[in-house]
Design a protein around this ligand. Structure first.
Ligand SMILES: *[C@@H]1O[C@H](CO)[C@@H](O)[C@H](O)[C@H]1NC(C)=O
Ligand SMILES: *[C@@H]1O[C@H](CO)[C@@H](O)[C@H](O)[C@H]1NC(C)=O
Ligand SMILES: *[C@@H]1O[C@H](CO)[C@@H](O)[C@H](O)[C@H]1NC(C)=O
Ligand SMILES: *[C@@H]1O[C@H](CO)[C@@H](O)[C@H](O)[C@H]1NC(C)=O
Ligand SMILES: *[C@@H]1O[C@H](CO)[C@@H](O)[C@H](O)[C@H]1NC(C)=O
Ligand SMILES: *[C@@H]1O[C@H](CO)[C@@H](O)[C@H](O)[C@H]1NC(C)=O
Ligand SMILES: *[C@@H]1O[C@H](CO)[C@@H](O)[C@H](O)[C@H]1NC(C)=O
Ligand SMILES: *[C@@H]1O[C@H](CO)[C@@H](O)[C@H](O)[C@H]1NC(C)=O
Ligand SMILES: [Cu+2]
Length: 725
């Protein structure tokens, strides 16, 4: 059995957010009316048609019905269970009560699920998390759910480490109101807001309790960062932080521990007031106007992408991009593939010495030979760019991108490169490869060292693909700087944590790549370095250097071999993750077509670009590799699969500007909660000019949950229908 006060909270492990000043919606407000959405379309676009299939076995993952869970609540609440449960719907529910807060089906052990799925066992016994098994009959028992918790406390969550639910918030709110209302005159002066309680109409500040609010459960001490209240207070911070001791169940014992304003610690209300009265507090600037998640209803801010660029076609490398601009400002002068190489391995004359420079064969020349080569289309990115649900509104920005797709067939391989221009100012490159592996004669004495056996007498061959890209950033002007931002860990102290002494804290540490001597860079271990190109002479509104970040994606590999005779000097661009050099007209490309048969004396020796030149606020070029180590397998027959043969990189704005400078909110929508939830009137959602598709009639339960669509690559959106049923 669980100890008193534990039962309800165990299940919340991992959820700790505590939001104040935003009353939680009750579940019933979201309950749908069990009316299935109509599939018949009144308009012109065809209704989606469901194609039916049946799983070979009933799911072992969705095993307990709503009705059964309700039955379980009734069973748990019976006096014979001796749980002394207070009804969780009681208006007088207090944090010292024992109550059911959460029940869910327990995921079955994998051992049992596999035994069932693989056919040698019946369906796993069904359990509910909190209590189980759920069969309500004479054999039903309660067991402590402890086998999944190997921490020092097992399944027992100390009260001070409990989940912050509404009942807990209510208890904490008392000391917060008492403290903050007594400081209202000071907070109005320093921060322009005051707090008298969530429901008090004079209140125009909000706070939340930071997490974690306890370290080991022996006490609970929270920090409350203070913000201006409003639709999205996350971007309305102030410099005021107040800490409270909220240990234990008796809220009358809670007390204010510390106030920190402008980095000065005050340990009592009197100290804080005295400093303020004597003019000994340096006032910090008020919070900025935050527009990030706000949609201007009057202006119906809807635009299509703001990108512009030139393309060029080239025999060696195919499509190249020049003068890429976003909102009229130049981001890249050039973005282009330099070469696509493949290095093979083996112990025979042919495989060991194979090293292809596809630029030699002509990546451009091979575009469109077998497949229509280029296509440009707009596509959904599969996720929203932003999304957030609050109690009073719900917003989302549909993620769209323009894709310039390039497919080249070079010999045994097809390459597919997607250049993508996102609605948020990001540029992505995705590379895929498919085709025939260059197979080897199968010899048992090779012991599989260079590939697996894939046919009676055929072995596949280990090889590496590397695709080098030139990214000549010209952020507004050509003079840019390459900045490495490391996340480093230090032991530190902070005056407001006297109880901790020294503790580990991470921070940024900046290093400019000063000269070409440092221009060859590894892939950051654990992603703990960020690479950005910045323009130190172009500051954004907040004085930060405007920049773009180079973010590694999938499989950003380079050649494993550094000294192979077959790529000795001809593929130096493919021997590190990143490189940054000074632009010179004499150094337009990292590779050359005629390198193929001159690996010891290639026309272009990439490392020759790196000769100590200054890189700070110069015209710099970043060289980035995509690729795949091809661990060949039987599935490569007949053709390599693009699902796995996939590599990517993203260039994303980094302090490029404020949201209104950078993000194209074309597809932003916001739904506001109706003031009267029980109203039968549909409140038309603010869709920022984008109306819902006629294929998805808006029903009453969609007042907060809605869908929208837009079509084509133009600014035209589908005409809405009235919807409803
Ligand atoms: C809730 O508390 C109030 C005031 O203490 C009391 O009058 C009321 O009967 C209580 N309600 C329940 C359901 O216990
Ligand atoms: C049962 O719960 C009530 C309400 O929280 C509490 O006052 C009472 O002490 C509890 N009884 C026992 C035996 O724990
Ligand atoms: C899952 O496996 C663990 C370890 O064998 C066992 O202790 C536990 O009872 C199993 N849980 C269920 C629900 O069968
Ligand atoms: C908050 O209310 C106070 C008066 O109580 C007022 O002086 C202040 O300007 C208000 N702040 C904001 C941001 O509306
Ligand atoms: C003002 O604050 C400083 C630092 O907190 C302190 O040293 C000084 O004594 C204070 N002066 C007055 C007049 O309170
Ligand atoms: C911080 O100090 C602890 C205790 O001396 C030590 O074990 C740890 O390695 C230090 N961490 C760093 C990042 O120096
Ligand atoms: C932080 O950056 C500076 C300047 O680049 C460098 O000298 C120093 O070694 C870095 N510190 C750490 C801990 O990496
Ligand atoms: C969206 O629907 C509203 C209400 O039906 C209509 O007035 C408006 O013109 C529509 N907007 C577009 C872009 O079709
Ligand atoms: Cu391959």
């Amino acid at each position: 059995m669980f100890a008193k006060h534990q039962i309800a909270f165990l299940v919340f492990a991992g959820l700790t957010t505590l939001v104040h000043a935003v009353p939680a919606l009750s579940a019933t407000e979201f309950q749908n009316e069990n009316t299935p959405a109509k599939r018949q379309s009144p308009g012109t676009c065809p209704a989606p048609f469901d194609i039916k299939t049946t799983a070979s076995k009933p799911s072992p993952f969705n095993i307990i019905s709503e009705a059964e869970l309700q039955e379980l609540v009734t069973w748990l609440s019976a006096p014979e269970r001796k749980l002394n449960l207070t009804d969780y719907t009681s208006p007088n529910l207090s944090q010292s009560d024992t109550y059911l807060a959460f029940i869910e089906p327990l995921i079955s052990n994998k051992t049992d699920v596999l035994a069932y799925l693989d056919g040698y066992s019946s369906a796993p016994t069904r359990y509910a998390r909190v209590v189980g098994p759920i069969l309500i009959d004479a054999t039903t028992q309660i067991r402590e759910l402890d086998y999944i918790y190997n921490g020092v406390n097992g399944a027992r969550i100390p009260f001070n480490g409990r989940y912050g639910d509404g009942v807990r918030s209510k208890a904490i709110e008392s000391i917060v109101v008492k403290t903050m209302s007594s400081l209202a005159d000071i907070t109005i002066d320093l921060c322009g807001f005051a707090y008298y309680g969530a429901a008090d109409e004079r209140t125009n500040a909000s706070y939340f309790a930071h997490s974690p609010g306890s370290l080991d459960g022996s006490s609970a001490m929270i920090w409350t960062p203070w913000r201006r209240a409003g639709l999205a207070p996350y971007t309305q911070p102030s410099d005021l932080y107040v800490s409270f001791d909220v240990s234990g169940t008796d809220s009358s014992l809670y007390f204010m521990r510390m106030i920190v304003y402008n980095l000065v610690v005050y340990t009592s209300l009197d100290d804080f007031r005295e400093a303020w009265t004597s003019g000994n507090i340096t006032k910090t600037p008020p919070p900025p106007e935050g527009k990030r998640y706000k949609v201007d209803n009057d202006n119906k801010y809807v635009e299509y992408l703001e990108w512009s660029f030139y393309t060029r076609f080239n025999r060696d490398v195919g499509i190249q991009f020049f003068d890429i601009k976003y909102k009229g400002e130049r981001i890249l002068y050039e973005l282009s593939l330099q070469d696509a190489i493949a290095q093979y391995a083996g112990n025979n004359r042919f495989q060991a010495s194979t090293g292809y420079n596809d630029r030699y064969y002509g990546i451009g020349a091979d575009i469109g030979r077998l497949i229509p080569g280029i296509c440009i289309f707009e596509s959904d990115i599969g996720t929203p760019i932003t999304r957030h649900t609050d109690s009073s509104y719900m917003q989302s920005t549909k993620g769209s991108k323009l894709v310039v797709g390039v497919i080249a067939t070079v010999g045994n391989y097809d390459y597919l490169w997607d250049y993508q221009f996102f609605v948020d100012g990001s540029i992505g490159i995705d590379a895929h490869a498919s085709g025939y592996v260059q197979a080897n004669y199968y010899r048992p004495d090779d012991e599989g060292k260079w590939g697996s056996r894939i046919q009676e007498a055929i072995s596949s061959t280990l090889h590496t693909h590397v695709m080098n890209f030139k990214a000549d950033f010209d952020l507004i002007t050509p003079e840019n700087t390459f900045l490495k931002t490391d996340i480093i860990v230090e032991n530190t102290t902070q005056p407001w944590f006297p109880e901790l002494g020294t503790f580990e804290m991470m921070r940024y540490n900046f290093t400019e790549i000063a000269t070409e001597d440092d221009g060859v860079l590894p892939a950051p271990a654990n992603g703990q370095s960020m690479y950005t190109v910045i323009n130190k002479d172009q500051k954004n509104k907040w004085g930060e250097s405007r920049g773009y970040r180079i973010i590694q994606g999938l499989s950003n590999i380079h050649l494993a071999l550094q000294n192979s005779p077959w790529f000795l000097k001809s593929a130096e661009y493919a021997k590190q993750a990143f490189a940054v050099s000074r632009h010179h007209d004499e150094e337009p490309a990292s590779s050359a077509a005629y390198s193929q048969n001159l690996p010891h004396a290639p026309p272009v020796e990439f490392w020759g670009f790196f000769n100590g030149e200054n890189l700070v606020q110069e015209d710099i070029v970043a060289w980035v590799n995509l690729g795949m180590h091809h661990y060949t397998r039987s599935e490569d027959i007949p053709n390599t699969l693009m699902t796995e043969a996939h590599s990517s990189v993203i260039f994303a704005p980094h302090n490029w500007g404020t949201t209104e400078d950078t993000v194209d909110l074309t597809n932003a929508i916001i739904y506001n909660k109706p003031s009267d939830v029980s109203s039968t009137n549909l409140v038309a959602p603010d869709t920022n000019g984008v109306n819902a598709s006629v294929c998805f009639p808006i029903l009453r339960q969609d007042t907060l949950l809605g869908v929208f669509e837009h079509t084509g690559t133009s600014k035209e959106f589908e005409v809405p229908s009235a919807g409803g049923d």
